[in-house]
Structures are given as structure tokens and as C-alpha cells.
Design a protein around this ligand. Structure first.
Ligand SMILES: Nc1ncnc2c1ncn2[C@@H]1O[C@H](COP(=O)(O)OP(=O)(O)OP(=O)(O)O)[C@@H](O)[C@H]1O
Ligand SMILES: [Mg+2]
Length: 389
């Protein structure tokens, strides 16, 4: 399996996106990449999604939440590390991003305020769940354009939809298309029900919501919304295309984080295929919670298992003075671990064969405890960056 050189990625990319299925370690890996990039001299922002409370605490996110907050240097110094760059962390809030978009595209503050208080908008923004992933990318792009960071590491939510932003330009186009906006301006009641299936999924959801509204109040809200933003639809649409352009570009890299059990790897395969189909720049796979073999690669086990087992039992009972039953249990336990390690290696090699020679993989072992503070992140960094001092 080809190795994955993360240091080269940190040095050469401006955006790194960690995706993968639920609970595999995306948030932890993103935080670890952020820490290491800061140690290597980068000004880095770790954009996280719903970090575990203890990790949020150690990144100083508990108080500031969805604002960019510096991780104080003392947190590094405490562990004998001095960042030559800087690390900021921030939690993503997609609802807020939507509001910011309206603020940006509305012609003036008053229109923006009206829209945000507009009942139709409020339903719309919470109904566009499929677009939350896109809004994360929009936020990323906005910060990227501002140019205050050398590198942004983006964590993604625990959902198969995490890559749905790929369809965003199409959806935004359909949703904000002038034809739809013109339709919205027509009285709702003149619409035949049959017309509903003309619109995409997002619009469909909205239309179902729309049915809850009646008469003048609804029409007023919709036309206020549409006329307030009418001139911005084109900007909105081309913006979505710009976002995709950056995500597909040379400065971006997608990392796939996975655990090494079969079901996690099956989901990883789904992400891998989507990344490839969409021609997104793929960095490689981080196989987290890996059971490393205690023996030299590639054999993975002692050459003669039976002899090794007997010798082990004899050593533990005769030399180390353990009772034979404890010695047997210890050796059996060790044996089970070896089988687990063999299985992990086998399924990972199977995964690598999906695209021969093209799936750089790096393994991170399962630790004895959760990774929630700088100490834990540094432990993970030792595996993510094996050649780093
Ligand atoms: N190598 C590891 N060894 C032990 N524990 C780990 C390891 N990697 C991550 N963890 C722990 O596993 C848990 C899940 O990790 P994390 O929150 O990073 O996953 P995630 O993919 O972001 O999850 P979600 O999909 O729910 O957002 C955390 O408690 C984390 O500390
Ligand atoms: Mg997470």
C-alpha cells in the first residue's frame, strides 16, 4: 500500500477537507492536522463540526463557539511545543452562514433585516437541510477568500450527505432560477398541483411548507423575499460555481478518514467512489483505530504459531512465575489481538485494491483512551507525521 505524506499536503495545500462516516475520527484528525500545521509555521484554522465536549474545551471552543478563536500558545507550551505559526478553531453554524449570505446579497440592511424576519425565509432556511453541506463549503470559501490563513482544515458532519454539496451549484441554480422566482410571484392558488413535480427536491420541500401558508400573508412574504433578492440570484449562482472551482482546484485536498472494521470500510468505499466520480482532488486515506501487528510486516504473525504459543506459555509460567492458567489466557488474548491485526491489514489491503497504486494510506492505531486534549492530539500526530521530530 502506498504511504500518505501528510506533511507534503500541509505544506502544499490551502484547504484540507476530512470526510468519512460517523464516529471514525474526522474531528480528531482535523484538530490534529491543525495543531501540526501550526507547529510547522502555518497560520491555520480548524473548522470543526460538533466536536466532543472535552475536545471543544481543550481547543477553547466552549465559550466562543461559532467564532474564530485562537488556541492559546500556553496549551502548546504546556507540552513542550512551540508553534511557529498559529492555530484558530471555530465551530460551523450553517444557519448563521445562510443569514450572512442574505446580509451580503441583499441590496441594503433594511431589506436584509426584513428578509430575516420574514416567516417564509425562516421556514426556507431551516427546510434547506440538504444544503447545509453546501453552506459549510460556502463558509470555507468565504474564509479562504479573506486570505487570513495559510491553511483551513475542514471537518465534515457524520452523514453520508456530507458530499451532497457537490450538487449544490445545480440545486442553487434550480432553486434561485429566475423562472422559479417569477413563479413565486404568481398567486399560489393559480398553480396546478401537477406543476409541483417540475421542481427539484429542495423546492419540493419548500413547496410542502408553502402549503401551510395561505392567502395574502404568504404572498406578501414570498414576494418580499423574492424581490429583496431578485438581483442577487445570478451572483448567488455564480458564487456556487466559484466554490466548486476552488474545491476541485490544486490547493484543495480531500482526506478520507475511516475505521478499519468492514462496515466502516464499506462506507469509506462509498465516499471514495463519490470523490473520484466528482474528480475532487483526493489526498488519501487515514485508517484510524488500526490494530497494528506486533510482528514485522508483512508476515503479520510469528512464523510458527503453535511453537510461539507454547514458548510464550512456558516463558510466562516458568520464567515470569505466572500460574499456567493465567499464562494460557494471556497468550490466547495476544493471539486474538494478532488475528484482529491480520483482519485489519487484510481489509485495508482489499480497500487499497479498489484503485491499484492510487490510494495512499496511513494507519493510526487505536489508543487506550479517547483523544480529547493536546496530549492526545500530539500522540496522534506522532502517527500522522512519523518523520516529524
Ligand atoms: N485512534 C484513536 N484511538 C482511540 N480513540 C480515538 C481515536 N481516534 C478518535 N478517537 C475517539 O473516538 C471518538 C470519535 O472521534 P471523533 O469525534 O473525532 O469522530 P468523528 O468522525 O468526528 O465523529 P462524528 O462522525 O460523530 O462527528 C472520540 O471520542 C475520539 O476521542
Ligand atoms: Mg465529528
Amino acid at each position: 500500500m502506498p504511504g500518505l505524506d501528510l506533511e507534503r499536503l500541509l505544506q502544499g495545500k490551502k484547504i484540507i477537507i476530512c470526510c468519512g462516516s460517523g464516529g471514525v475520527g474526522k474531528t480528531t484528525v482535523s484538530a490534529a492536522l491543525g495543531v501540526q500545521a501550526a507547529l510547522l509555521g502555518k497560520r491555520v484554522l480548524a473548522l470543526t463540526v460538533d466536536p466532543a465536549k472535552r475536545l471543544a474545551d481543550s481547543l477553547g471552543l466552549s465559550e466562543l463557539g461559532n467564532r474564530e478563536a485562537p488556541v492559546p500558545e500556553e496549551r502548546f507550551l504546556k507540552y513542550g511545543k512551540k508553534p511557529t505559526g498559529s492555530l484558530h478553531a471555530m465551530m460551523l453554524d450553517t444557519k448563521r452562514t445562510f443569514d450572512e449570505l442574505i446580509e451580503r446579497y441583499a441590496p441594503n440592511e433594511e431589506v436584509a433585516r426584513n428578509i430575516m424576519h420574514n416567516q417564509f425565509y425562516q421556514h426556507l432556511s431551516s427546510a434547506m437541510t440538504g444544503s447545509h453541506e453546501y453552506l459549510a463549503m460556502e463558509k470555507l470559501y468565504q474564509i479562504h477568500l479573506e486570505g487570513r490563513y495559510d491553511l483551513i482544515v475542514l471537518d465534515t458532519p457524520p452523514t453520508k450527505h456530507a458530499l451532497d454539496f457537490l450538487e449544490a451549484p445545480g440545486r442553487v441554480r434550480a432553486f434561485f432560477d429566475r423562472s422559479i422566482s417569477q413563479w413565486f410571484l404568481k398567486p399560489y392558488l393559480t398553480m396546478g398541483r401537477l406543476s409541483l413535480n417540475l421542481f427539484n427536491r429542495t423546492a419540493g420541500t419548500v413547496l410542502r411548507l408553502v402549503e401551510r401558508f395561505t392567502g395574502a400573508e404568504f404572498l406578501h412574504d414570498v414576494s418580499e423575499f423574492v424581490t429583496g433578492l431578485a438581483d442577487s440570484f445570478d451572483i448567488f449562482r455564480s458564487r456556487a460555481e466559484e466554490v466548486m472551482h476552488v474545491l476541485r482546484g490544486r490547493e484543495t485536498s480531500f482526506l478520507l478518514v475511516t475505521a478499519t472494521d468492514r462496515s466502516a470500510l464499506e462506507e469509506a468505499a462509498y465516499f471514495f467512489d463519490r470523490i473520484r466520480e466528482a474528480s475532487l482532488p483526493f489526498g488519501g486515506v487515514i485508517a484510524n483505530r488500526f490494530h497494528a501487528s506486533p510482528f514485522e510486516e508483512p508476515a503479520g504473525r510469528a512464523p510458527d504459531e503453535d511453537t510461539a504459543r507454547e514458548e510464550g506459555i512456558a516463558y510466562l509460567s516458568e520464567v515470569r512465575g505466572l500460574s499456567p492458567s493465567v499464562a494460557v489466557r494471556l497468550v490466547e488474548n495476544f493471539d486474538r489481538y494478532c488475528r484482529l491485526a491480520q483482519r485489519d491489514r487484510r481489509v485495508l489491503e482489499g480497500f487499497a485494491r479498489r484503485s491499484p497504486g492510487k490510494v495512499p494510506i496511513l494507519t493510526v492505531p487505536v489508543f487506550d483512551e479517547d483523544v480529547f486534549d493536546m496530549d492526545g492530539l500530539l500522540k496522534m500526530i506522532a502517527y500522522l507525521f512519523p518523520s516529524s521530530p
